[in-house]
Ligand binder design. Sequence first.
Ligand SMILES: Nc1ncnc2c1ncn2[C@@H]1O[C@H](COP(=O)(O)OP(=O)(O)OP(=O)(O)O)[C@@H](O)[C@H]1O
Ligand SMILES: [Mg+2]
Length: 251
Amino acid sequence: MAEDKPRGPILEAVDIYKTYEDGNTRVEVLKGVDLAVEQGRIVAIIGPSGVGKSTLLHILGLLDSPTSGRLVYQGRDITNLKDRQRASLRASDWGFIFQMFHLLPDLNAWENVMLPALVGPGIFGRSMPRRQALKRSEEILDRVGLGGRLLHRPNQLSGGEKQRVAIARALMNSPKIIFCDEPTGNLDPKTSQEIFQLILDYNQTYRQTFVLITHEHHLAAQADAVYRMDDGRLRPAELTASAIAADNKMD
Ligand SMILES: Nc1ncnc2c1ncn2[C@@H]1O[C@H](COP(=O)(O)OP(=O)(O)OP(=O)(O)O)[C@@H](O)[C@H]1O
Ligand SMILES: [Mg+2]
């Protein structure tokens, strides 16, 4: 049957290097990262602060360029796309969730969430009609538990609620991959688990793929695959119960 066929990865990074050069300083952050993200999986990346996790996520999401290496999305080499094509791909196929939420302060929850549909997919693509965007935004906000907060602006929402709005916004264009950089980094443990549960729900219901950076190893342990970044490379991480306890003290 078709669904039993093994598929290639939806996103692949091959031998990625990234060096920051600034005058006399030269920082080699990524030194040969290989990563294959399978369709419909949650891939977690852990590792100490400053090791290059965000740098890698930005490169995977075409928000930054590698010094060398290759990126392949759905079998197509996307390493050297022009800015316009990168923006178009990000808007049509991908969603982003960051630790600091990055909501627009003057827009309410409803408006923040529908924004990607009004500007996307792609700067030259067609945007969603406003009525449809309003309806979809309301449905997603309802699904993430914020049906009663549509008209609240970010400063009228708690941290967990703001992150739910950011998740809803990331889901607005039905992305195939959602890149998350410490999505629960600013939240208390109970809210973190609730937010992670939303990610699990969307992954299971819609088979959406997640690439997730986290310092919370008990959350990473719930992913399908976990990698640790260390000395500029990624290695598979084993997260046993005792390792989770020990690692949490280290990070
Ligand atoms: N634009 C830049 N120019 C120069 N150096 C940079 C730049 N961005 C990041 N770095 C350096 O690259 C390294 C990796 O940074 P990165 O933000 O990827 O780390 P991280 O693993 O995400 O850390 P954290 O867990 O604290 O978020 C750091 O040493 C940082 O100082
Ligand atoms: Mg980071």
